[in-house]
Design a protein. Structure first.
Length: 222
């Protein structure tokens, strides 16, 4: 097996580099009204869901690092208007997996203060099924992204979903947090979600769903 870092021999790198070069100065090439529309997209998300904490899973390779820089610059500009309700955590997914495997991603996400603190702050929505009375209301969301928002993104969203569900279960049915059946269904749900999205965009199943389903990465991938 070989791999190449030279653009001429790696079609994926050519495609990524083209996208990077197009995106880096994209905002600068817009006229003022178009820039306002672009910034408005973030406002719409926050108006709908409250605070937003972005989790950027891009790596440190040249093309992904360039996107991270541009993305961070855009969010910094947006924070000047939206304040502390908009924040970001940079998490090099591939680097963590390289040195500790997929299990290490789960461990790191569970102990990152920026993630845990925002998860506690955001909470969840709970209502009385009989009276429809809202008991608690969710105050924010995580916005997760990688390069194509498929494999890495779905893997981390599965982790966040479990962490949030654990919070809820500890209040209503603590013993359910130990249910192997419940978590098996939960893993299957997110694996199916990852496969469905990947098939729409790439025509094949997601690469990380074997781990999502079973907790083990297989040679077959999905």
């Amino acid at each position: 097996m070989t791999s190449g870092d030279v653009a001429a021999f790696d079609e994926r790198f050519v495609w990524n580099e083209y996208i990077v070069r197009s995106l880096l100065d994209f905002r600068d090439r817009l006229d003022p009204s178009e820039r306002r529309d672009l910034d408005r997209c973030q406002f719409i998300v926050m108006e709908e869901y409250g605070a937003v904490h972005a989790i950027n899973l891009l790596g440190s390779k040249e093309n992904e690092q360039s996107l991270t820089t541009a993305y961070g610059r855009h969010l910094q500009t947006a924070r000047g208007v939206m304040g502390d309700d908009l924040a970001i955590t940079h998490f090099d997914f591939h680097n963590v997996v390289k040195f500790g495997g997929h299990d290490s991603v789960i461990r790191e996400m569970r102990r990152l203060e920026t993630i845990v603190d925002h998860l506690d702050r955001f909470g969840f929505t709970m209502c009385n099924a009989n009276s429809d009375e809202i008991i608690t209301e969710q105050k924010g969301v995580f916005r997760t992204n990688c390069l194509d928002c498929l494999d890495r993104t779905n893997f981390v969203q599965d982790i966040l979903s479990r962490m949030a569900l654990e919070q809820y279960l500890l209040l209503v049915h603590r013993e359910w947090t130990m249910s192997s059946t419940l978590w098996s269904y939960h893993r299957e749900l997110w694996a199916e979600n990852g496969d469905a999205l990947s098939k729409i965009y790439a025509g094949t199943g997601a690469l990380n769903t074997s781990f999502t389903r079973s907790g083990k990465r297989t040679l077959a991938g999905p």
